[in-house]
Design a binder for this molecule. Structure first.
Ligand SMILES: Cc1cc2nc3c(=O)[nH]c(=O)nc-3n(C[C@H](O)[C@H](O)[C@H](O)COP(=O)(O)O)c2cc1C
Length: 189
């Protein structure tokens, strides 16, 4: 197959996870922002990264509180996920507009989203100004999983109905079928 040179762009990087990041500051409504530029950056200590553009309301909140939570939405929440990615918490209370129920975490003040099957509480350990976005690194200090999805000491992730984003075409998709398991090349199925 012949290759074509194209402009270098991060929007060619696919697929991307879609998460709902909650953030807050004392005396203000908590906020929700949809984030696709996110991922695991270290296993020990457990650390994730989220990249937020300066100017967004959530940037201000995470920068000043030094904490955030990652909430994994179900694919059925697509409209809410998209709404939290186009509306600003400067103007609307996204918890109220989406009808989301908040619950208290164990280690941070920022509330988490009950309707999301998995929630990670994170404390900011570093913030790197990388250009268009600030990369906030967050140590995962507590985690919550819907009871019925926790089987044999692990998350039944397919039942969590993950939502995935395709940056090149700005499309949301669901996952297909399971194709195999890590180390299948060694005969593990
Ligand atoms: C699918 C999707 C992914 C997004 N990913 C990011 C991201 O990774 N970083 C970012 O700064 N904004 C991202 N956005 C845009 C913000 O979610 C959007 O600007 C939001 O309205 C900001 O809310 P706030 O002003 O309440 O912080 C994304 C939006 C969508 C719809």
């Amino acid at each position: 197959m012949k290759k074509q040179g194209v402009d270098p762009s991060v929007t060619l990087f696919y697929p991307a996870p879609v998460v709902l990041v909650t953030c807050s500051r004392k005396g203000e409504d908590p906020n929700i922002i949809t984030i696709a530029w996110t991922g695991v950056v270290s296993s020990e200590p457990p650390t994730v990264g989220i990249a937020i553009r300066p100017g967004r309301h959530s940037h201000e909140l995470v920068d000043s509180s030094k904490e955030f939570a990652i909430n994994f939405p179900k694919m059925g929440d697509l409209k809410k996920v998209d709404f939290c990615g186009v509306a600003s918490g400067k103007k609307v209370n996204k918890f109220e507009k989406c009808g989301y129920t908040s619950f208290k975490g164990k280690e941070i003040h920022t509330p988490l989203i009950k309707e999301c099957p998995v929630n990670l509480e994170c404390v900011v350990t570093d913030a790197l100004d990388l250009g268009s976005h600030t990369l906030f690194l967050g140590k995962v200090v507590a985690a919550h999983v819907d009871e019925e999805l926790w089987k044999d000491e692990t998350l039944n992730v397919m039942e969590a109905q993950p939502l995935v984003y395709l940056p090149p075409t700005a499309q949301y998709v669901s996952l297909g079928s399971v194709l195999g398991r890590y180390s299948l090349s060694r005969g593990r199925l």
